[in-house]
Design a protein around this ligand. Structure first.
Ligand code: ARG
Length: 465
């Protein structure tokens, strides 16, 4: 096939086609303008395939050498931005193969022996995604470390803990941040788990049924650093569940980021005033000169919708496809690419932003004081003095009602006033009623006491080292 012929795709397939493809159909079916980003994986996969063909005696040593030389040149051309991507050649695979044939002649045409674009594209996407997962793992580590730093500095900082967004009990701000570290740690685990299933080799499945050439698939898997060979050719070329589960893991990361974003936005609002974000993560308003808006967390919250949407797109793309490969699968790329781009940018920016959080401990503590956050502690105090918990709960409810009526905190009531609710209350109650006393009391594994927070910080540091 000459380059001229390849430039006209209808002829590139075979002599079977008697009319050229319309321009509209060409554009509709082409993927090169987005899938060219798979070029590195495409070349890597082709080189591994060629090496195996040569080792098996299917490809002559000279042809193998020519393919290696041609691919090295193509790599240079692409890296230098000199490679001419052609819409007429539909996708990244045909573009590279056609250029290879231009450079090295017949050897280029022999590369596709025992291979189809169906097993080729499945391999490329897996190789590419594996590399992206590794980068995402590093970014997740960096974000966790940034949060651990802020948590360590705030092991003692008192924050009102909320349930139903109503003040519930005091927690350490560091403890609160470490909750997100736990989420991102599980995200990293999920990514590592998904990677195992991404890292399997479809090549050798050919179009759908395997091939009559004596390919050594295990060898190709080893060359590409893949952990296993896909064991059923029909499944190998057609399923994109690995992409779907990656998207699900990515969507969960974004959901966690979105929850954190929501809190940062609330905390930075005037009504809370708990934190400030560095100016470089905020923008002003074109009309209201006083405004400083938390655009970055707002956008991250918005972008989480986009990533969740891609998961829906991919999973719906798969549904209803008969075996084996269908062109529907070409539609897996844009959502997958956008998911990876959005996730990586978001993780990068959040690691930086976390390091630039200014904490306002007085405002946090004031807010914790306003909500009778130590009421449970008073109940626990009475339980320790023999009152059943339900009765203690009732006694404290009365005390809180009185305190609200008087407009003060429980700790501001006199000992006599407190004794009126239950005679068992003594002077030591005031330690219990303090926010700090409440915090320190929760010195149990997973609890919010500063000692626990510091122990968790140490555990995370050891784990992330
Ligand atoms: N561009 C195609 C894709 O992304 C490559 C595989 C095409 N295979 C085919 N039989 N048309 O899925």
């Amino acid at each position: 096939m000459s380059d001229n012929q390849l430039a006209n795709k209808s002829q590139a397939w075979s002599a079977l086609f008697s009319e050229p493809m319309s321009e509209l159909v060409k554009r509709y079916t082409a993927s090169v303008f987005f899938d060219k980003r798979l070029w590195k994986a495409d070349i890597e996969g082709s080189l591994a395939h060629a090496e195996m063909l040569a080792a098996q005696g299917i490809l002559a040593a000279e042809d193998h050498a020519a393919i290696q030389r041609g691919m090295a040149q193509i790599r240079e051309e692409i890296e230098a931005g000199r490679f001419e991507w052609k819409l007429d050649l539909e996708d990244v695979h045909l573009n590279i193969e056609a250029r290879l044939t231009e450079i090295v002649g017949l050897a280029g045409k022999r590369l596709h022996t025992g291979r189809s674009r169906n097993d080729q594209v499945a391999t490329d996407v897996r190789l590419w995604l594996r590399g992206e997962i590794d980068e995402i793992a590093q970014l997740l580590t960096a974000l966790q470390l940034a949060l651990v730093d802020v948590a360590e500095q705030n092991a003692e900082t008192i924050l009102p803990g909320f349930t139903h967004l109503q003040v519930a009990q005091p927690v350490a701000f560091g403890h609160h941040l470490l909750a997100y570290v736990e989420m991102f740690a599980r995200d990293a685990e999920r990514m590592a788990d998904v990677r195992r299933r991404v890292n399997r080799l479809p090549l050798g499945a050919a179009a759908l049924a395997g091939t009559s050439y004596p390919l050594d698939r295990e060898r190709v898997a080893r060359t590409l650093g893949m952990e296993a060979v896909c064991q059923n050719s029909l499944d190998a070329v057609s399923d994109r569940d690995f992409a779907i589960e990656f998207s699900a893991a990515a969507a969960l990361v974004m959901v966690h980021v979105s929850r954190l974003s929501e809190e940062l936005i609330l905390w930075m609002s005037q009504s809370f005033g708990f934190i400030d974000l560095a100016d470089r993560f905020c923008t002003g308003s074109s009309i209201m000169p006083q405004k400083k808006n938390p655009d970055v967390p707002e956008l991250a919250r918005g972008k989480s919708g986009r990533v969740v949407g891609h998961l829906m797109g991919l999973i719906t793309l798969m549904k209803g496809q008969p075996l084996a490969y269908n062109k529907d699968n070409q539609e897996d790329k844009e959502p997958l690419f956008d998911t990876v781009d959005t996730l990586k940018d978001t993780l990068r920016i959040f690691a930086e932003m976390a390091a630039g959080i200014t904490v306002k401990p007085e405002a946090m503590e004031r807010a914790a004081m306003r909500g009778y956050a130590t009421a449970t502690d008073l109940a626990d105090y009475l339980v320790k003095k023999g009152l059943p918990f339900r009765d203690a709960h009732e006694v404290v409810a009365h005390a809180v009602k009185t305190a609200i009526a008087e407009g003060r905190d429980l700790s501001a009531l006199s000992l006599d006033a407190l004794k009126a609710f239950d005679a068992r209350i003594e002077a030591d109650v005031f330690d219990v009623l303090s926010l700090r006393g409440s915090l320190n009391a929760r010195n149990i594994l997973g609890g919010t006491a500063p000692d626990q927070v510091r122990a968790q910080v140490a555990r995370h540091r050891a784990r992330l080292a």
